[in-house]
Design a protein around this ligand. Structure first.
Ligand code: NAD
Length: 539
């Protein structure tokens, strides 16, 4: 390993992507900010919040903040709008999603600017949000009718009981979203709620509220009644609990610590909640992996959105026999990533979002290095590019007492570990309280799927980092263990926003002694019938 380390130190710095010549101020003019801010449900009772562009540190927006009273009003407005919306046929509601799909593809450049301005991520990574959101829009736009249709079920007594399972909207969904994927985790998650006949009161992170507000405008243009999606803005610990207080169901995405608090509040009110939380995701590179592809995949899995991605890889387990060859390739590719903050395609990695993120990332790396870890690539902030840039970083020799070993860094930092047997790799990958995503690389995909079944994570990607599973929107996505409760995507991603209702119609005879049957005779007839139903394999 020493040769790789020496090489990384001598090369030192990541190349810088050429700038795009467009400024944040020209891409997100104050007239646009003022227009979007009108979409916030706020009456002016709270001090406005000021957000800054992570790429430059300049002021981006001054946004009105909602009071807890405003949150109440938002729910009232949403509740009123929801009645008429729920009365529409599912296909009419789903058609809005399909129109939104087309509009988003057409107007993507507008939102790419906003996402970059609010998060500092590279344009390519902002585009993955457009990709994920349109995929969700298409899926639920097409599949909602099937997911939500009434289903005939076997009744209590064949012929005599007709049972139908129906799906009813929950009502008004309280949705709380983080800053890291502001388009996908606001509108992307709200789309199935709308298709199922709900209204949504969304509290985006203040830092990324403009992106959510833009998506709301676009959805209204696609045909969503304006009051159906309310957006409230404010301090998480103040406005967040108010959202939970009024919601008929809570869809939360954020950290495990906040998720726990949200779950407790929801439990107190006996409303359901889905929680999409943190992770400490592992990648396994098996001895037979295609090392070129695995190294490329590892770069995407670890450093997309500067690692500020819940399903990003932060622990990399490599079979000892291929570790040196793999790490040489991975480190070389990592050092070649072009950092940059231009509002155009070209950079491979952008900035972190906030001083808090930069502090955590720097602290995890510095502490680990002080305690004996080795830097194979990166390891430094890059203030000359912007206030919050940090290099994509690979650490070797990380030991359990270092914070970076088990805590979520949520930044561009990955630790590498070597293993000797698959058994050991699976055991170490599973040795975390989280269980969100994992990735494994092997040429034997059948074996890969068998190993996947033993990994305790909600998604497993074979020969990809995260995008294959996340993009398979017809299948559920979410976390085991402390990574969450419930799932987005697939049937669970829409049925969570509904209540199951069984309508059973009885005819001819009641399920009770009748036609002069004594209780004893009734019991005997039913005993015989039950035996017959089992023998006839009737479910
Ligand atoms: P966070 O928990 O600090 O904030 C998330 C949201 O909750 C924000 O809107 C915030 O204002 C709000 N909030 C804060 N305190 C609250 C409270 N007491 N009650 C209700 N709401 C409150 O998380 P973050 O730092 O914004 O996001 C990063 C975290 O999110 C990481 O841990 C990441 O792994 C996780 N995440 C998970 C997924 C997933 O799908 N599993 C996706 C993205 C991010």
């Amino acid at each position: 390993m020493t040769d790789i380390t020496a090489e990384s130190r001598s090369i030192g710095r990541n190349p810088v992507a050429p700038g795009a010549g467009r400024t944040v101020a020209s891409a997100v003019p104050q007239s646009l900010v003022r227009r979007l801010a009108r979409g916030i449900t706020a009456t002016g009772g709270a001090e406005p919040a000021v957000t800054r562009a992570p790429l430059t540190g300049e002021v981006l927006a001054e946004l009105p903040q909602s009071t807890t009273e405003d949150v109440k009003v938002a729910f009232e407005l949403a509740r009123r709008a929801q009645q008429a919306w729920a009365a529409l046929p599912v296909r009419r509601r789903a058609a809005v999603l399909l129109r939104f799909h087309d509009l988003l593809l057409k107007r993507q450049d507008e939102v790419l600017d906003l996402i970059q301005a609010e998060t500092g991520k590279a344009r390519l990574h902002a585009f993955t949000e457009v990709l994920a959101t349109t995929m969700a829009a298409r899926h639920y736009g097409r599949a909602a009718v099937g997911y939500l249709r009434d289903r005939r079920r076997g009744g209590a007594v064949p012929v005599l009981t007709k049972a139908v399972e129906a799906r009813r909207p929950k009502g008004v969904i309280g949705q709380i979203s983080p800053w890291n994927y502001p388009l996908e985790l606001s509108v992307g998650d709200a789309l199935p709620a709308f298709a199922a006949g709900n209204a949504v009161v969304n509290k985006p992170d203040t830092q990324t509220a403009l992106t959510a507000l833009w998506a709301r405008e676009l959805l209204i243009e696609a045909g969503l009644p304006a009051d159906l999606w309310q957006i409230v803005v404010g301090e998480g610990p103040v406005v967040g609990p108010a959202v939970v207080e009024h919601a008929d169901y809570v869809a939360f995405t954020g950290s495990t610590a906040t998720g726990r608090e949200v779950a407790q509040r929801a439990a107190g009110r006996l409303v359901g909640a889905s929680l999409e939380l943190g992770g400490k995701n592992a990648m396994l590179v098996l001895a037979d992996a295609d090392l070129e592809k695995a190294a490329e995949g590892a770069v995407r899995a670890c450093f997309d959105s500067a690692g500020q991605l819940c399903i990003a890889v932060e622990r990399l387990f490599v079979h000892r026999s291929v570790a040196d060859a793999f790490l040489a390739r991975f480190a070389e590719r990592t050092r070649a990533l072009r950092l940059g903050g231009g509002l155009a395609y070209g950079a491979d990695m952008g900035s972190l979002v906030s001083a808090r993120q930069l502090e955590t990332v720097s602290r995890h790396v510095e502490e680990a290095v002080k305690a004996g870890a080795t830097v194979l690539a990166g390891g430094q902030a890059r203030p000359e590019l912007g206030p919050l840039f940090y290099e994509p970083t690979i650490l070797d020799g990380v030991t359990p007492e270092m914070a970076v070993c088990a805590e979520e860094t949520f930044g561009p930092v990955v630790s590498v570990y070597r293993f000797d047997t698959e058994e050991e790799a699976v055991e170490r990958a599973n040795a975390t309280s989280y269980g969100l995503n994992s990735s494994l690389w092997t040429k034997d995909t059948r074996r890969g799927r068998a190993i996947a079944a033993r990994l305790r994570t909600g998604t497993v990607n074979v020969n990809e980092g995260y995008a294959a599973a996340y993009g398979s929107v017809a299948s559920p996505m979410g976390g085991m263990g402390e990574s969450g409760l419930g799932r987005r995507h697939g049937a669970e991603g829409i049925l969570r926003y509904t209540e199951g209702q069984t309508i059973a119609t009885q005819r001819l005879l009641p399920i009770a002694p009748s036609l002069g049957l004594s209780d004893e005779k009734f019991a005997a007839v039913f005993t015989t019938s039950l035996r017959a139903l089992k023998a006839l394999r009737i479910k």
